[in-house]
Write a protein that binds this ligand. Structure first.
Ligand SMILES: Nc1ncnc2c1ncn2[C@@H]1O[C@H](COP(=O)(O)OP(=O)(O)OP(=O)(O)O)[C@@H](O)[C@H]1O
Length: 313
């Protein structure tokens, strides 16, 4: 056990409770059902990606874990405590996407200023080193790249030595190299035992940096597994064609077809063997405008949410 985790236990967290426990959690904003009946347990030390398209409910769920918003129904526990209590004990920190930095002070001054707001914190040099920004400690925030500013936010989040770190789309706007450096810093730190939950739109990012991916769509968990398991769901291709009155049963019966959908005059077929579908459409039907595309994550969500939930869990 590291000294930091011993210190964490002194704040009432023994490490035996789940880092995050959501039971039947829903959140409505008026008539918008942002989160619908989510059950999720994250064990201490896991690195979990919340993967989902725009509006899936990722931020709303993270906000509930942070105690920033209350669920309409269900229960949220963080390290066995109500979110607000866990935050008050410094057990949870967050790295959000933007905002919160003063441009005219240096990186070190920013961390020192944040540290001065807490009663007990780790040393400034230690968190700068863990976030990989000791070398730019005297640089003005305004002169830091987007990636460096995110690592500064990460350093600030490390001051309380949280057991749980939440990151909401932390690499938005960063280039590939910036992303890689940012994530290798996070992973190195997480290896010491910190639990990390991050939201992302990118399957690749989730696959590379998380141990487990929770796929969320329209407020529901539609899949939960390793990167390889989730990638298998997102593999295959989509064949689209203009075909009024498509015989969906015949299409669904073709080998390797996962899902058939009709939208107006178009038919959309998700399939492992797209050639067989295209051949069928072009030779056996009056289909026009046949297009084949790799099934991206958005298509995977569509095909997943088109299934009965019990089939894909
Ligand atoms: N304060 C609010 N008032 C009304 N509707 C809201 C509010 N916050 C979120 N929503 C709605 O709830 C749904 C889920 O939003 P949320 O921000 O959680 O999704 P997300 O997965 O984080 O999306 P993104 O990737 O775009 O950040 C959306 O339909 C959104 O418009």
């Amino acid at each position: 056990m590291t000294s930091s985790m011993t210190e964490t236990s002194a704040r009432g967290f023994t490490g035996s409770e789940p880092a995050v426990s959501l039971t039947g959690v829903s959140k409505d904003f008026g008539h918008v059902h942002a989160v619908r009946g989510v059950d999720l347990t994250i064990a201490p030390g896991e690195i979990v990606a919340f993967l989902g398209p725009n509006g899936a409910g990722k931020t709303t769920t993270i906000d509930m874990i942070l105690g920033l918003t209350q669920p309409t129904a269900g229960e949220v526990e963080v390290l066995g405590l109500a979110p607000r209590h866990a935050i008050a004990r410094g057990l949870v920190s967050a790295v959000m996407q933007t905002g919160g930095l003063l441009k005219d002070i240096t990186v070190r001054e920013t961390v020192a200023y944040t540290g001065s707001l807490f009663a007990h914190t780790r040393s400034i040099d230690e968190v700068l080193a863990d976030a990989g920004i000791s070398g730019i400690a005297d640089r003005k925030v305004a002169k830091c790249s987007g990636g460096e500013q995110q690592r500064l936010r990460f350093a600030m989040a490390l001051l309380s030595d949280p057991a749980l770190l939440l990151l909401d789309e932390p690499t938005t706007g960063m280039d590939v190299e910036g992303r890689r450096t940012f994530w290798s810093t996070i992973r190195e730190d997480a290896a010491k035992g910190r639990t990390v939950l991050f939201a992302t739109h990118y399957l690749e990012e989730a696959d590379q940096y998380a141990d487990r991916i929770v796929l969320i769509s329209q407020g529901r968990i539609v899949a939960d597994g390793t990167g390889a398991e989730i990638k298998a769901l997102a593999s295959g291709r989509t064949v689209r064609a203009t075909l009024p009155d498509a015989d969906t049963a015949a299409l669904a019966a073709l080998g390797g077809v996962d899902h058939v959908e009709v939208r107006g005059d178009s038919v959309i077929v998700h399939a492992k063997d797209s050639d067989a579908v295209a051949r069928y459409l072009l030779t056996q039907t009056p289909a026009r405008d046949v297009e084949i595309a790799a099934k991206g994550i958005e298509e995977a969500f569509l095909s997943l949410t088109g299934h009965d939930e019990s089939e894909i869990r």
